[in-house]
Design a protein around this ligand. Structure first.
Ligand code: GA4
Length: 329
């Protein structure tokens, strides 16, 4: 008999929550088909740095195909999945997040978003035929990127800035440094006997990029931090997308939009599968407040390129305030 050792739970962050998790009803829901969406989008980015979008135009078929491929991948034996690792930063990772000692109850695949990417390292995993996975990935990424760009253009309109592609052109650029992430949070049944304790799936952090587009299955776990520091649980919705403002958009709007701190808690009974597109600028792009948004204000940030920010991010721990290093004192 082969006994597979379960890692000691002490390795992971267990949190005692005083309140039972209740879902927060106040998350902005933006209907992209409505003409008033641009002002609601601006308000949501100012108040929460987070919102949900409906009538998003991403075909359901693209979502379910990629989800099926993701589940197929995560169901493979660990030794097979590890052939696609370690995440350096692209590749398969298991429980360890980033290069600086962060851990979580999660396994994941980090992938580039350019369709020309060479999937050679994944070939053996997909029985020598990675085409199905790649097609599903490319269809999905193109559709969420399009939707992300539409949101960024509506935001530019809502802020009265021109041209309306000031943000979206960075994602559309052929050198855009965007990434894609598939996460699998396995259930942790022992949590049921740990009265009120929670296990961290993915620790609190903000996303460094411009915008993140997240879709998950119907399993709860995502929490966001409100301006007052309180954590609230986001009701899952597999038919909608959740959008995070990233640190770069916070800087480009000189702090008008706030990047949202978020985290994921493991579920005791159900697997959570999420797929996230992180829309980033080209490495050489200067990240600085747009002059038209400053109106005589000074920039709150020192000037830096996305390359410099990313380099600094990879030296940080997940929960660090990465923008702190770039704030003017
Ligand atoms: C957070 C957002 C994205 O998932 C990510 C993460 C990256 C990683 O997992 O490799 C980082 C993290 C994220 C921020 C700080 C660094 C880098 C782990 C970490 C400790 C892919 C990204 O771009 O930044």
């Amino acid at each position: 008999m082969v006994v597979v050792a379960k890692p000691a739970i002490e390795q992971f962050s267990v949190m005692k929550t005083c309140k039972p998790t209740t879902f927060f009803p106040g998350i902005p829901i933006i209907d992209l088909s409505k003409p008033d969406s641009k002002s609601l989008l601006v308000k949501a980015c100012e108040e929460f740095g987070f919102f949900k979008v409906i009538n998003h135009g991403v075909p359901t078929e693209f979502i379910s195909k990629l989800e099926t491929e993701a589940i197929k991948f995560f169901s493979l034996p660990l030794t097979e999945k590890e052939k696609a690792g370690p995440p350096d930063p692209i590749g398969y990772g298991n429980k360890s997040i980033g290069p600086n000692g962060d851990v979580g109850w999660v396994e994941y695949l980090l992938l580039p978003t350019n369709p020309e990417f060479n999937y050679q390292r994944f070939v053996s995993i997909f029985g020598g035929n990675p085409e199905r996975f790649c097609c599903a990935l490319n269809d999905y990424v193109s559709a969420v990127k399009k939707m992300g760009c539409e949101i960024l253009e509506l935001l530019a309109d809502g802020l009265d800035i021109q041209p309306r592609n000031v943000f979206s052109k960075l994602l559309m650029d052929e050198h855009s440094d965007s990434v894609f992430r598939l996460n699998h949070y396995p259930p942790y049944p022992e949590l049921q006997d740990m009265n009120g304790s929670n296990l961290i799936g993915f620790g609190e952090h903000t996303d460094p990029q411009i915008i993140s587009v997240l879709r998950s299955n119907n399993t709860s776990g995502l929490q966001i931090s409100l301006r007052d520091g309180n954590w609230i649980s986001v009701p899952p919705d597999q038919n909608s997308f959740f959008i995070n403002v990233g640190d770069s958009l916070q800087v480009m709007t000189n702090g008008k939009f706030k990047s949202v701190r978020h985290r994921v808690l493991a579920n005791s009974l159900k697997s959570r599968v999420s797929m996230i597109y992180f829309g980033g600028p080209p490495l050489s792009e200067l990240i600085a407040p747009l002059p038209s948004l400053m109106e005589g204000e000074d920039s709150l940030y020192k000037e830096f390129t996305w390359f410099e920010y990313k380099k600094s991010a990879y030296k940080s721990r997940l929960a660090d305030n990465r923008l702190g290093l770039f704030e003017k004192v």
